[in-house]
Design a protein around this ligand. Structure first.
Ligand code: GRF
Length: 196
């Protein structure tokens, strides 16, 4: 079975990267993580290392500008034969130079029910403050309009009266850890063709 080659972009804890790596331990899972790119030193790089996955740090300070950094990432991902790019807690906006190269082949995980609480790194806190009865997480296709690309799947999470940002985030992440591998599986099986 040929498995979809996935590149994951990370900036933080890497729990969703871990979830994808775990899913791919099943030999019948139709995708595998072949490259991890980070824009900062982060725990996710350790997760990649421990799993024996190729990884590379692309610190902005080491490049003339964002475009050059993103171009270097594209080159590395291409060298590893990446067919699908997953932004899993990646906290930088991708340059057009990047999105053009993988058009329709980049997905992002966002901790809200998009289009609610789009374009923010603070979606969980905003949901809590706004008093909504439910929030959740979304996997969507990345386009040049931040958090506006076509929605592929969502999971809903109830907001409880005693929730804190941390408790709500924790329950959203539980959903993310099954939603993301499920969407990647569907893409790999071409049940869900990517369109932009
Ligand atoms: C996730 O909650 C995701 O929705 C957001 O960043 C978080 C990344 O978490 N974009 P982790 O690094 O995968 O643990």
């Amino acid at each position: 079975m040929s498995r979809l080659r996935v590149g994951v972009l990370v900036s933080g804890r890497g729990s969703n990267l871990q979830a994808l790596i775990e899913a791919a331990k099943d030999p019948l899972y139709p995708a595998r993580v072949v490259m991890v790119c980070a824009n900062r030193d982060c725990a996710a790089l350790e997760i990649a290392k421990n799993a024996g996955v190729s990884r590379q740090l692309f610190r902005l300070a080491e490049f003339p500008d964002r475009k050059a950094r993103d171009h270097a990432m594209v080159k590395t991902l291409r060298l590893h034969g990446v067919e699908l790019v997953v932004c899993a807690g990646y906290d930088a906006i991708l340059e057009h130079a990047f999105t053009r190269q993988f058009a329709g082949r980049i997905i992002n995980l966002h901790p809200s029910l998009l289009p609610e609480f789009a374009g923010t790194m603070d979606a969980v806190a905003q949901a809590l403050e706004s008093g909504v009865a439910e929030t959740g997480c979304t996997v969507h296709v990345v386009t040049d309009d931040v958090d506006q690309g076509p929605i592929l799947a969502q999971s809903r999470v109830e907001v409880r009266p005693d929730d804190t940002v941390e408790s709500l985030r924790e329950r959203i992440q539980v959903e993310e850890h099954s939603l993301l591998p499920a969407v990647v599986k569907r893409i790999a099986g071409q049940v869900l063709p990517l369109r932009v």
